[in-house]
Design a protein around this ligand. Structure first.
Ligand code: SAM
Length: 249
């Protein structure tokens, strides 16, 4: 019967490819990829010659339908992204949703994922966390998003582009306070892997002083607000709300 496999691929170090991922990609009838040229390199490294087609969440319905048609014919399709686990700040949601709705089996092949790797080695509480993905690119929208997270008590995990990392750390110090602990996890599984934990104010200076820290692929993690701090913020918004309500006619 037709199966849609969701296959994780390495986030840098090709030796992290899991054997089952290689098997599934080799034996699938078709592999849907974010960027077929990029994935061609992975394919040659593992001697995979399965046909590749491009897939994005904004793919026209025609392309999604072509993939669903192949499943309807009983074929096996695998979805990969450029790196890591599909659907984690990557395309695939539409396809998985449609495939399930049409009754096809959807099977995950777990493997590398940048935020899981970062969280596992960061040294911040990991029992509860909030994966926030990418913040808005524009600084005003970013500040608003961060302010809304000021009372979050779980560890927060963000993906960030290298040219924005310094600005984002500054904005985080502004919204969360400079004493709040944060971690930059950079180039995970690669030659220049760096994981640094510091209070936000110090981390800003550390990253500013070394332009190498503003290169490559980056996960940022921020310790959640202390419960007492969160309660303080709640009390403060309640106080403001009461004041505002009192002003209403
Ligand atoms: N699906 C991927 C995953 O499972 O992690 C994430 C895709 S998202 C488009 C790309 C972002 O993930 C990068 O901008 C960076 O924030 C993070 N990332 C990917 N590889 C990384 C690595 N080797 N080290 C640190 N962060 C990485």
């Amino acid at each position: 019967t037709a199966v849609l496999y969701i296959v994780a691929t390495p986030i840098g170090n090709l030796a992290d490819m899991v054997p089952r991922a290689v098997e599934v990609l080799q034996s699938a009838d078709l592999v849907a990829a974010e960027d077929t040229r990029h994935s061609q390199r992975l394919f040659s490294h593992f001697s995979i010659d399965t046909p590749l087609v491009a897939y994005h969440d904004h793919s026209d319905d025609q392309r999604t339908n072509k993939i669903l048609e192949r499943l309807a014919q009983g074929q096996t399709v695998a979805l990969i992204s450029d790196a890591g686990t599909p659907l984690i700040s990557d395309p695939g949601y539409r396809l998985v949703r449609d495939a399930r709705e049409q009754g096809f089996q959807v099977v995950p092949i777990p493997g590398p994922c940048a935020f899981v790797a970062a969280l596992s080695a960061a040294g911040l509480p990991s029992d509860r966390f909030s994966f926030e993905g990418f913040l808005p690119a524009k600084s005003q929208a970013r500040a608003k998003a961060l302010d809304a997270l000021a009372g979050e008590t779980r560890t927060m995990v963000f993906y960030e582009a290298p040219h924005r990392v310094l600005g984002t750390l500054e904005a985080m110090a502004e919204s969360f306070g400079g004493e709040r602990e944060a971690v930059i996890a950079r180039e995970l599984t690669k030659a220049f892997e760096t994981i640094q934990l510091m209070p936000l104010a110090e981390l800003v200076e550390w990253v500013r002083a070394d332009s190498n820290q503003q290169r490559g692929e980056i996960v940022l993690l921020v310790r959640g607000a202390a419960e007492s701090k969160a309660a303080e913020l709640d009390a403060e918004s309640e106080r403001v709300m009461k004041l505002l309500l009192a002003e209403l006619p």
